[in-house]
Design a protein around this ligand. Structure first.
Ligand code: G4P
Length: 276
């Protein structure tokens, strides 16, 4: 879990690093772009340019993701779709960062590569994206002989460097609904919540939006979540002493299946008129 002191320290670090960069990659989870985006980011960013990277796009419904990109564009944000695991969308992200940086430095002669940093909540894919952007070709600039101290920059393109340490943001002041979504997607550690309660909420959502996912994988029809967890436990052979269905393990299995995409590509939030 996080503590106010962690949050304060992380924000301070991000603020310090922000001074060094021209553009920020705001990494969000494409399945929950609203809940995984940090409200405090706006204040932190000030006038700084940002590019929203809708990561884990392979796990989200592509049609919904496209609507999110359009939604962000309508609000004046640069947004692009990424899969940090495979690198899909990364060239587009670099191109957007370049545009954003150029916009930030209009009229000024560029004496050094543009600089970017990535920020996002835990588990959203920051390290994966950094590794992807670093690639095989790029050198970590700090690894050059003679440069050992200070911040490390990764050269991701001829004219773009990325800070080698992502900024971690914590979803403070999340609503109950957002907290549920952060638990479902794995942004919050499983030890910090009741997995059966959270899995039941996921079942409720899937029952409404993607019932076929449940039927295909577990053979259960959407209904009362408690009954569905029992049915999943039976179907998976997850039994406790005395052959009683182990609903806790069924809940863990359901969350693991959802998080790895085994229930298909499911978006849990849709853009609406609410300003993000
Ligand atoms: P973080 O630095 O923001 O905390 O996130 P990190 O990169 O460690 O990624 C968290 C998990 O999300 C990892 O899975 C990672 O592989 C996965 N991930 C990151 N980007 C994507 C993506 O675009 N698509 C998919 N499907 N998964 C993504 P893990 O299970 O913790 O590790 P691993 O077993 O994959 O190595």
């Amino acid at each position: 879990m996080w503590y106010p002191s962690h949050v304060a320290r992380a924000k301070k670090e991000i603020r310090q690093n922000l001074r060094l960069v021209d553009v920020v990659f705001e990494i969000v989870d494409a399945r929950i772009p609203r809940s995984s985006r940090i409200a405090a980011m706006k204040q932190l960013l000030g006038q700084k340019q940002s590019v929203i990277a809708l990561n884990k796009a392979d796990l989200a419904d592509p049609a919904v993701t496209s609507r999110w990109v359009q939604h962000f564009a309508e609000l004046g944000h640069e947004a692009t779709v990424v899969n940090a695991k495979t690198g899909q969308g990364v060239p587009e992200l670099i191109a957007r960062a370049r545009t954003g940086s150029q916009r930030a430095s209009t009229g000024q002669r560029r004496l050094r590569p543009y600089r970017a940093m990535a920020v996002g909540i835990p588990n959203v894919g920051k390290s994966s994206l950094l590794n992807r952007l670093a690639g095989r070709r790029s050198a970590r600039t700090g690894e050059r002989p003679g440069i050992t101290r200070g911040r490390q920059w990764i050269r991701v393109a001829e004219d773009l460097e990325l800070l080698d340490m992502p900024g971690i943001l914590w979803p403070e002041h999340a609503t109950d609904e957002a907290t549920d979504l952060l638990c479902i997607t794995g942004a919050l550690p499983d030890e910090t919540f009741d997995v059966e309660v959270v899995a039941s909420r996921l079942l409720g959502r899937l029952g409404g939006t993607a019932p076929e996912a449940l039927t295909e994988r577990y053979g259960v029809l959407p209904g009362a979540p408690e009954e569905a967890l029992t049915a999943i436990a039976r179907q998976r052979g997850l039994l406790a002493t005395g052959g009683v269905p182990d609903t806790k393990r069924a809940a863990q299995a359901l969350l693991a299946d959802f998080r790895s995409g085994r229930l298909g590509r499911v978006s849990l939030e849709e853009p609406d008129d609410e300003l993000v």
